[in-house]
Design a protein. Structure first.
Length: 660
């Protein structure tokens, strides 16, 4: 057999450049600093505040375990956050596996170290993998730990995960106990991002709702506050989630005068569940899910258990009162528009990732359903008027859903075949039957899609969220294009066909608006979408139905006044003009999902104030052929074409940068 069969591009030189010396072994907390996204989900504002959550969760675990009754959260100048509790205190004695090192130092400097791997120290806890506090330490330029234990005070300081000295005994502390963690996030990791007082204030308040036995004290340097966030507050809510929901409902009228709330311990000491649910008459609803006091915004198995309990319960009550119509009730009829809060405490919970956004513990669904179902049956049957009122409200929701589905199937028909239109499940359609004046917003991600749904004009604006970067159709086979779910949804939603069958006369909306984040990733997604419409729906683009939304990149606040800027130049002009001479706070939107619905509407979706860029094509085929050639070069299968384009235009980029 010829040796030529085993040759690789680069030959001996490539082999020499890849050897044992190129293999890195990251030690200690180096992996955290090298890849922070693996541990806290990124380096944006959300990730920054995740550091505060990790420390606060440790104190909450002490409270839930019955050892701490008070937690203090203090934000000081210099972006320094201190969280103190009166729990047991981190152990300071020498660790048996690390001679010469205290348990505190091991916990702070070693991944996967802690007291939550078994139930010896905690029956339930938010920490699972022993990485939380060490990750905070690794990503902070200065961390100081004080532990009051056995009437003595101990202290140790760290920087970027490394101890600045050994643990020292400071002196007597006869009237103090517990742990105080004070840290400053590292600007090498987070840049100029700062903690937001309002966000930390909400975090502290929500934690107090989740465990009725704890008092949380909030304090913030007044110079850091730019809104109505108080500089000091004390949170303690004996009613737990019930108090939280009552405050959230305000004076809104609900389907039942009394909302559904309760607690239940799981069998065999497996934990407990607490819930509070209300059905406002006019509301888009909201959900708050927690596991071991950790927010799980993406829900999970505990959410599935609550959904099952409520749906099965309302169907059973309908059978009890002889309401046969309820056989068509779906979970969405019960849940949509409801205000739902659920908190579970379970042993060894499993999450989808280290950021714990979604609970995946299989047993949680069964435990929650079993615990809630019995209480819900009593809630409905113990007061028949109340039960019938809620059933009537849910049946109205069901009727609305069935009516909307029927209207879509009957009134929206394809002109080519006259058959009923099948629409993607992720599409939130507008109510207008006439395409004139209607708009389809293609939105990047479910989070931004949620904000867009609340910001839209329901009559004329439809929302279709897509998941990240769609398939690059310029370099994909026809079979791969047709098999792609995101593209299938786009084709169904527009209704005008693709390729040779594309006919803009059948378009279900007057405008198709691509609305992505105002950053590089957003521009990439917009480019992929424009490539899709150019290649698969050229008639739609040629007639001028395709647009790009122009969301702002910055928000400027001075006092009670705010403004928005699309780019750095617009920001400079805004600060030098409208806000000249004022002390301003500038925040950078990391994505559309960070904008609340009001901000999204007033900047990007309201036709009265927004700006759109229309995407068009030349009428003449020869000119379109030139455009197609450019698209093929930049988006096609041959990377050499892109490389040549970069070489040809690099000088122009340099000139633009210099001019800027």
């Amino acid at each position: 057999m010829s040796d030529d069969l085993f040759e690789r591009p680069g030959g001996a030189r490539a082999t020499e450049s890849y050897n044992a010396s190129t293999i890195e072994v990251l030690e200690g907390l180096e992996p955290v600093r090298r890849r922070p996204g693996m541990y806290i989900g990124g380096t944006d504002e959300r990730a920054l505040h995740h550091l505060g959550s990790e420390v606060l969760d440790n104190s909450m675990d002490e409270a839930v375990a019955g050892y701490a009754t008070r937690i203090e959260v203090t934000l000081e100048a210099g972006n320094r956050l201190t969280i103190t509790d009166n729990g047991r205190g981190i152990p300071v004695d020498e660790h048996p596996k690390f001679p010469g090192k205290s348990a505190l130092e091991v916990i702070m400097t070693t991944l996967h170290s802690g007291g939550k791997f078994s139930d010896k120290a905690y029956q339930t806890s938010g920490g699972l993998h022993g990485v939380g506090i060490s990750v905070v330490n690794a990503l902070s330029s200065d961390t100081e730990i004080e532990v009051a234990l056995n009437r003595e005070l101990y202290r140790q300081r760290f920087s970027r995960g490394l101890p600045l000295g050994s643990l020292e005994k400071v002196g007597a502390a006869p009237n103090r106990r517990g742990t105080a963690v004070s840290f400053t996030p590292d600007t090498e990791i987070f840049g100029e991002l700062k903690f937001k007082p309002a966000r930390l204030h909400r975090l502290a308040r929500s934690k107090a709702y989740l465990f009725a036995g704890v008092e949380i004290r909030w304090k913030c340097d007044p110079s850091l506050i730019t809104d109505d966030t108080p500089a000091e507050a004390v949170f303690q809510f004996p009613g737990g989630l019930s108090d939280h929901l009552r405050e959230q409902l305000g004076d809104r009228e609900c389907a039942t005068a009394e909302f559904f709330r309760g607690t239940q311990d799981f069998p065999d000491g497996m934990g407990r569940v607490e819930w509070a649910v209300a059905w406002p008459l006019w509301s888009d609803g909201s959900t708050s899910w927690y596991c071991n006091t950790i927010p799980t915004p993406d829900g999970g198995t505990h959410e599935a258990g609550l959904r099952a309990a409520l749906t099965k319960g309302i169907r059973a009550f309908a059978d009890l009162v002889g309401q046969k119509k309820a056989k068509d009730v779906q979970t969405e009829d019960v849940m949509n528009g409801a205000e739902l809060m659920l908190s579970v405490f379970i042993r060894d919970p499993q999450f989808q990732s280290q950021t714990k956004d979604r609970l995946t513990s299989p047993e949680a669904a069964r435990l929650v359903e079993a615990a809630v179902r019995d209480h819900f049956d009593h809630f409905l049957a113990d007061n028949m008027d109340r039960g019938k009122a809620l059933l009537g409200h849910i049946l109205e929701r069901m009727d609305e859903r069935l009516k909307r589905r029927a209207e879509k199937e009957i009134k929206r028909k394809t002109a080519t075949s006259g058959r009923k239109v099948r629409l993607p499940g992720k599409l939130t359609d507008c109510s207008s039957d006439d395409p004139d004046g209607t708009e389809l917003f293609i939105v990047e991600g479910d989070s931004a899609g949620g904000s867009a749904k609340q910001a839209r004009d329901r009559k004329t604006q439809a929302i279709l969220p897509i998941r990240g970067k769609i398939l690059n159709v310029a370099s994909a086979t026809t079979a791969k294009i047709l098999a792609n779910q995101e593209i299938a949804d786009l084709i169904l939603a527009t209704g005008c066909g693709t390729g040779k069958n594309c006919n803009a006369d059948n378009l279900r909306y007057e405008r198709i608006v691509i609305m992505t984040d105002a950053d590089v990733d957003g521009a990439h997604i917009a480019t992929l979408l424009m490539t899709f419409f150019f290649q698969e729906m050229p008639d739609l683009v040629r007639r001028g139905h395709l647009y790009l939304a122009q969301p702002p990149l910055y928000r400027v606040v001075a006092g009670g006044k705010s403004g928005y800027a699309a780019n750095d130049e617009a920001l400079a002009a805004l600060v030098a003009g409208e806000f000249k001479g004022k002390k301003v706070e500038v925040s950078r939107f990391k994505g559309l999902g960070e904008m609340n619905p009001m901000q999204l509407r007033e900047t990007t979706m309201d036709p009265k104030v927004r700006q759109l860029v229309r995407i068009t094509l030349p009428q003449e085929y020869e000119e379109r052929a030139g455009v197609k050639d450019l698209v093929d070069r930049l988006m096609g299968t041959n990377p050499a074409h892109r490389f040549a384009f970069i070489q040809e235009n690099a000088a122009q980029v340099d000139e633009d940068v210099i001019d800027a």
